[in-house]
Ligand binder design. Structure first.
Ligand SMILES: C[S@@+](CC[C@H](N)C(=O)[O-])C[C@H]1O[C@@H](n2cnc3c(N)ncnc32)[C@H](O)[C@@H]1O
Length: 299
């Protein structure tokens, strides 16, 4: 299955590297917060930054299949600009997802603490070409008495995915240099990409990430048997992505999340089963145990 990373500036190269239609894009650009990037100026003027984002949204739109999807992640304070960048380049609104990150809020002395990031979900045309209605089974609330038979549909508030913060809770997932330092402060969790890719693509579709960072999108797409293409401007990141794809780290194995979606009607089609597992006759838990994959909600 194609799983390809290109070292390039995405704006200049989208047209050159994308020869087939894109079915799903995860757009997680630098947030222009004057963060330290190896090969990027994260301190542009606001108008310069947002006209860049509009150009990227327009280019991705041009290369997207009819009904294809884009998920644009940003800080909540930029919601207006995100929606404007997408609408003005032809995209149709589907959802504004609130990703409540399971980590402490950023405190504010004169306003409420900030506890979420936004992910704008838009499609090319009103009707998505793929939308798989995933079901999960979160813990019951105190006032909910009846045990669910087959879970619930996911809503536009995602509060079960942990951000890869610094320190202990970042766990083993972040890529690190030999001295233990994180390679990339903005690495997205594999659990987030698992949800996005399962929802808005099918097996064999082309998943695109113009700001690939550590390659999370590619790592997940590959396991879900989607084709994938990433662009990343920084050579160090590109090297780490190549190693990450080759290495198949156990901590990047998304199989541990499969049980959470077990109530989804077409799960077998959108997340093809490990044939080796099917033949064994083991239960999923036994299989995970054998593969030494911890089934956890903590990631
Ligand atoms: C927020 S990070 C993406 C993190 C990614 N989602 C992950 O899971 O690792 C944005 C990335 O865009 C890259 N970048 C910045 N300018 C770029 C450009 N013009 N073309 C391609 N990549 C670029 C940065 O080097 C950085 O790695």
């Amino acid at each position: 299955m194609k799983c390809e990373i290109k070292k390039a500036d995405c704006e200049s190269y989208i047209g050159e590297v994308v020869s087939e239609k894109i079915d799903l894009t995860f757009l997680d650009p630098p947030f222009n917060q004057n963060k330290e990037y190896l090969s990027h100026n994260d301190d542009m003027s606001s108008s310069e930054y947002w006209s860049w984002m509009r150009r990227i949204c327009g280019l991705v739109y041009k290369h997207t299949s009819k009904g294809g999807a884009i998920y644009f992640m940003q800080r909540e304070k930029n919601t207006n600009s995100v929606l404007d960048s997408l609408k003005s380049t032809g995209w149709e609104f589907q959802n504004l997802i609130i990703w409540r990150k399971k980590t402490s809020a950023v405190p504010g002395a004169k306003r409420f603490g900030k506890h979420y990031q936004i992910i704008a979900f838009f499609t090319k045309g009103k009707s998505p070409r793929v939308f798989n209605r995933l079901r999960i089974d979160p813990p019951l609330l105190q006032n909910q008495k009846h045990i669910r038979q087959n879970g619930i549909y996911i809503t536009d508030v995602w509060d079960d995915i942990r951000e890869l913060t610094s320190g202990y809770f970042a766990g083993g997932e972040p890529l690190r240099f030999k001295n233990g330092e994180r390679v990339h402060r903005q690495q997205s969790p594999i659990k987030l990409l698992t949800r996005i890719i399962l929802s808005s693509s099918n097996v064999g579709d082309l998943v695109f990430d113009p700001f690939a960072g550590t390659g999370t999108t590619l790592i997940v797409a590959n396991q879900l048997k989607r084709r994938s293409l990433g662009i990343e401007v920084d050579q160090t990141n590109v090297n780490f992505i190549k190693d990450r794809i080759k290495e198949e780290r156990e901590v990047d194995n998304i199989f541990k999340f499969r049980n959470e979606y077990i109530n989804t009607k077409n799960l077998k089609n959108i997340w093809p089963f490990d044939e080796e597992f099917e033949k064994t006759g083991f239960t999923l838990q036994e299989h995970l145990f054998k593969k030494n994959v911890k089934h956890t909600n903590l990631c």
